[in-house]
Ligand binder design. Structure first.
Ligand code: ADP
Length: 153
């Protein structure tokens, strides 16, 4: 599958689950753009600059991974960057129900962009940024859930 894939998300914060999806997908594409979306229905815990810095630390060893933030439709972001694939991770059937709707609507708006799903590795399927934020708010240690390259949040 030569071409550019966009991996969109909030990454609030980046987790070992996100890292694993990008690492496993890299051999399939020429390059991956990790796209930090500003979602109108979500308010973030961490500012976009911090989220970007942690993602850049996580993927510093890969010259074919770029981190860019955006505040438009994901398909418009893909068009702007010449990307022909949207990459998403699937943890559970709940993810599937939500993701399949988005993928179908994106396809109706832009049939030339395919959404590619990767199943999460079992060891990362319980990791949610939402739960990590709750642990942080309550003073817990999240180091086992975030990439090694991110020294501290
Ligand atoms: P969004 O707000 O778009 O759901 P996230 O930052 O939560 O953004 O997730 C970005 C992408 O990473 C989504 O495709 C999501 O399914 C995937 N993802 C999230 N957590 C994990 C995980 N633990 N393992 C694999 N993929 C994950």
């Amino acid at each position: 599958m030569p071409g550019i894939a966009v991996f969109p998300g909030s990454f609030d914060p980046v987790t070992k689950g996100h890292e694993s999806i990008v690492e496993r997908a890299l051999p399939l594409f020429d390059s991956i753009i990790v796209a930090i979306g500003s979602n109108s229905t979500k308010t973030s815990m961490f500012p976009v600059e911090k989220r970007k810095q942690w993602l850049e630390q996580t993927f510093a060893k890969h010259s074919n991974v770029k981190v860019i933030d955006y505040a438009t439709l994901t398909i418009d972001f893909c068009r702007k960057h010449g990307a022909n694939y949207i990459l998403r991770g699937l943890r559970t059937v709940t993810d599937f129900e939500f993701e399949s709707n988005i993928a179908r609507m994106n396809r109706m708006m832009e049939p030339s962009i395919e959404t590619i799903f990767m199943l999460t590795l079992p060891e990362f399927s319980a990791i949610h940024s939402t739960i990590i934020r709750e642990i942080i708010k309550n003073g817990g240690d999240v180091s086992q859930f975030i990439p090694e390259a991110v020294k501290s949040l």
